[in-house]
Design a protein around this ligand. Structure first.
Ligand SMILES: NC(=O)c1ccc[n+]([C@@H]2O[C@H](COP(=O)([O-])OP(=O)(O)OC[C@H]3O[C@@H](n4cnc5c(N)ncnc54)[C@H](O)[C@@H]3O)[C@@H](O)[C@H]2O)c1
Length: 428
């Protein structure tokens, strides 16, 4: 029988607990959480009550947990973007393997330092580029590798963030400011840069990028609006109204329909009363035109890969749904797919179209098109069997971070083309 892996979780928030920790409930024979660290008492209480972590193994900070002897095989680093490295480096030094949330760090220097530390200590670092593990992207990769469309020449990929998701995370929420977290192209789309690198199968050489924060600014606040949605006179006409997003809109938080993310980000008291209180006093009740956000709300990136493959990536806040689409164009045919629909269409030139309908992503496989759960399966297998080659290793992940950071550099300099080799040498 396979050895069960032991896990210590640093940052028992949404990703640490709900996305990855919950794998223990479904597969208690594969993984056991033996320690957690989180400054929020409610999250430590959750670890004890729902996940069975011993009280004396619940620490008030990652620092306190790392002051102990090594407690587990793997440490999950699931704190906020700028708080990954300060836990990841000492954890590697203590002998932990790592499951590390993306982005590795908003600083390229820190990304490279972690890669070097992983090599020096010989530990495995799996970065949570969960999309690589989905059936959807694996199917596309398989079709490309077997030559279904001949030589790949160009790619068009889009990330439709959804108006309510963008308002939640990038206007009111944790990723609204580049200086406190990271630019949206890194925070959200290092996944997409990673997928492009994965599918093309060759290094990216140059990027250029345009985009801006245009809509979510004070200048666009409607007459009669207020600092908080609950006090707004014109909220009936506003799709970004927090009351709609979190309490009544079936497409988003929807108190009446489900009580998980993003509602759990607002409050531990996920009752209608608890949510209303959070909207009265907390950041998620603020008018989207009166926040302190600065990340771009739409951005386009052009990419050139080794061998001449070109790609265009577009991210937009202004979409009704939250999904990704992709088109891959080759010398002998094209591939088209929609992650949300779990559907890949192959159109060989001059031949019949073939549609691949993948397994529905439900239940345990709901997160990120099934990527969250599939990555956890792979992690447990990798650690218990002593393997080395993670699909999303620190080495491949640093490449996607370099692409995203170079895109941001270009966007901030009027779309100037950036050579990745030179940008990587200059490091920031
Ligand atoms: N892979 C993905 O697709 C994906 C999706 C969403 C978020 N993320 C990334 O996951 C990370 C976590 O995001 P989240 O939504 O879970 O955030 P979160 O705020 O819900 O969780 C972070 C947790 O860290 C805790 N924390 C703060 N300081 C700490 C310390 N000193 N020691 C230990 N814990 C501490 C916080 O109390 C919180 O519970 C971020 O880097 C984010 O960008 C990745």
């Amino acid at each position: 029988m396979r050895k069960k892996i032991t896990v210590a979780i640093c940052g028992f928030g949404n990703r640490g607990a709900e996305a990855y920790g919950s794998y223990q409930m479904l597969h208690p024979d594969e993984m056991e959480i033996v320690a957690v660290a989180d400054p929020r008492p409610a999250r430590r209480a959750l670890a004890v009550k729902e996940y069975g972590v011993p009280e004396d193994r619940c620490f008030t900070s990652g620092e306190a947990m790392l002051a102990q002897e090594k407690l587990a095989d793997v440490m999950f680093i699931t704190t906020q973007d700028s708080d990954h490295i300060r836990f990841a480096i000492p954890a590697l030094e203590k002998g932990y393997h790592l499951l590390l949330e993306k982005p590795i760090s908003p600083s390229l220097d820190e990304c490279v330092a972690l890669r070097e530390k992983a090599h020096e200590t010989g530990r495995i670092v799996v970065v949570c580029h969960v999309l690589r593990y989905t059936q959807f992207y694996q199917k596309l990769k398989e079709l490309l590798v077997c030559g279904a469309i001949g030589k790949l020449e160009s790619v068009v990929a889009t990330e439709n963030v959804a108006y309510w998701h963008f308002a939640h995370s990038y206007v009111r929420g944790n990723w609204r400011r580049a200086d406190e977290s990271s630019p949206v192209i890194l925070a959200k789309s290092c996944h997409d840069m990673d997928i492009l690198r994965y599918l093309v199968g060759k290094p990216c050489l140059r990027v250029s990028s345009f985009g801006d924060l245009d809509w979510f600014r004070a200048i666009n606040a409607p007459l009669g609006s207020a600092a908080r949605c609950l006090d707004c006179q014109v909220k009936a006409d506003c799709p970004y109204d927090a009351e709609k997003i979190y309490l009544t809109n079936p497409a988003s938080g929807y108190f009446g329909g489900h009580r998980q993310w993003p509602l759990t980000v607002l409050t531990n008291d996920v009752t209608e009363e608890g949510i209303r209180k959070a909207l009265q006093v907390g950041p998620y009740g603020r008018c989207v035109y009166r926040c302190d956000n600065d990340v771009a709300d739409h951005q386009t990136v052009n990419l050139e890969f080794e061998g001449g493959v070109t790609a265009v990536f577009n991210l937009s806040a202004f979409t009704e749904g939250c999904y990704r689409t992709i088109r891959l164009m080759g010398s002998l045919g094209e591939l088209e797919g929609n992650l949300d629909e779990q559907k890949v269409t192959l159109r060989p030139f001059g031949g019949p179209e073939k549609v691949f309908t993948l397994d529905p992503v439900e239940g345990e496989y709901a997160g990120h098109g099934g990527g969250d759960a599939r990555m956890m399966e792979q992690l447990c297998l990798l650690i218990s069997e002593g393997g080395r080659d993670a699909l999303t290793s620190i080495d491949v992940s640093v490449e996607s971070h370099l692409m995203a950071m170079a895109a941001e550099e270009s966007r901030l300099h009027g779309g100037k083309p950036i050579d990745l080799a030179e940008f990587g040498k200059a490091r920031k």
